[in-house]
Design a protein. Structure first.
Length: 383
């Protein structure tokens, strides 16, 4: 800060440029004029409320003065302290209309948006503040020594602010209840800052959000990419296995299913999940994995493999009537195929039992299972 006292005029002339402030936001006080007198009163005032009133008065009376944006910046800071977030935003927007690269004021508006807990405003100002920060970082370094030091300080500050904006978008994405909003924020962050550390932390939530939104291809892409780095995520494994199975990508489906069978017995319940719920989840994932392997083996007429996998799957799928019926039907078929050529009566009796159980479950396989029961009883004279 420099002060020059012009004794001949009986006035005080003051110029202030604070580190971290945009070049356009400067304080110039000339007490030879009414506006200078008012500014001097404001700068001398120590009470925040009274100082704010003086600044508001100055901006209202001297909106075109070269120090008006400085006063608005000071007003924004005081509004933020008071929790007057709408006024802080309004003051900040007036400054930014004059200098869109004023990073501290842009960040002030972001803070005001956060204070209002307005998701739309937070997103808007996170992007706008980041843009301002990036323009400062990309600006040319001045040749003068003092200017260069000031530029370096501003660039360092802008980089910190830009990182904070990444965090804000990440935090908003994690807090978003609607899948579409979570996806939009996560994709925005990934597009704006591909190298941001927060992108990886959003992969799990984004995987779930894509499923909830019905965008299964993108959920599958995340699952497959993440499983290349860590193939122990059971939620991603079962999803990727199911998608691959549905697309007839048998090698992929089998690989994921076998990995689940390998890892699930040794896994422990996640924090916050009861043992009962965890056991149910484990059984379902193991059951579906065995079921997929058995059904793929049936397509290749590998009946011994069908029998092995589906017998293991059956008790694990007891809560799913549809899968239970399909499993019983194919167990009946596999045991008949294994027993009939050799006249293996035990296999035939198993085939009869599985078909009988399937015939008791309403659904797709019921009618054919009843026919199979009748045919087996007739062929082998079983009462």
């Amino acid at each position: 800060m420099t002060k020059v006292r012009l004794l001949a005029l009986g006035a005080l002339f003051l110029i202030v440029s604070m580190p971290g402030e945009a070049a356009k936001r400067r304080l110039t006080v000339d007490t030879d004029h009414p506006e200078g007198v008012l500014l001097k009163q404001a700068t001398d005032e120590t009470d925040g409320g009274k100082r704010l009133a003086l600044l508001e008065q100055f901006v209202e009376k001297f909106a075109k003065h070269e120090s008006a944006t400085w006063a608005l910046g000071e007003m924004q800071a005081e509004y933020l302290k008071q929790g007057a977030f709408d006024k802080a935003l309004a003051a900040g927007e007036r400054v930014l209309a004059d200098d869109a690269d004023d990073v501290p004021v842009a960040q002030g508006n972001l803070k005001a948006a956060e204070g209002k807990k307005d998701a739309g405003l937070i997103k808007k100002w996170a992007v706008a503040t980041s843009d301002a920060a990036r323009r400062v970082v990309a600006s040319a370094k001045p040749s003068g020594e003092e200017e260069a030091k000031h530029w370096e300080a501003n660039v360092a500050y802008a980089k910190q602010v830009d990182t904070y904006c990444d965090y804000v978008l990440y935090a908003q994405a994690t807090q978003a209840a609607a899948p579409a909003e979570k996806i939009a924020l996560a994709e925005l962050l990934a597009a704006r800052s591909p190298g941001a550390e927060y992108n990886q932390q959003l992969r799990g939530p984004l995987f779930v959000a894509y499923q909830q939104a019905g965008n299964l291809d993108k959920a599958q892409a995340i699952a497959e990419e993440e499983l290349k780095k860590n193939d122990t995520n059971d939620d991603m494994l079962i999803f990727a296995a199911g998608r691959a199975y549905g697309k007839q990508e048998k090698a992929k489906a089998a690989g994921y299913a076998r990995k689940l069978i390998e890892i699930m017995p040794g896994k422990k319940a996640p924090a916050g999940m009861s043992e009962a719920d965890w056991t149910k989840s484990v059984n379902l994932k193991l059951g579906v994995s065995r079921w997929m392997l058995g059904m793929m083996a049936a397509g290749e007429q590998k009946w011994a493999e069908v029998d092995t996998q589906l017998r293991a799957a059956l008790p694990l799928l007891k809560d799913n009537k549809e899968l239970t019926a399909e499993t019983l039907f194919h167990l009946g078929l596999a045991n008949f195929k294994l027993g009939d050529p050799k006249g293996d009566r035990k296999r035939i009796l198993d085939a009869l039992q599985f078909n009988s159980q399937c015939a008791a479950i309403p659904g797709t396989y019921q009618a054919q299972a009843r026919k199979n029961v009748a045919a087996i009883r007739g062929q082998y004279r079983i009462q």
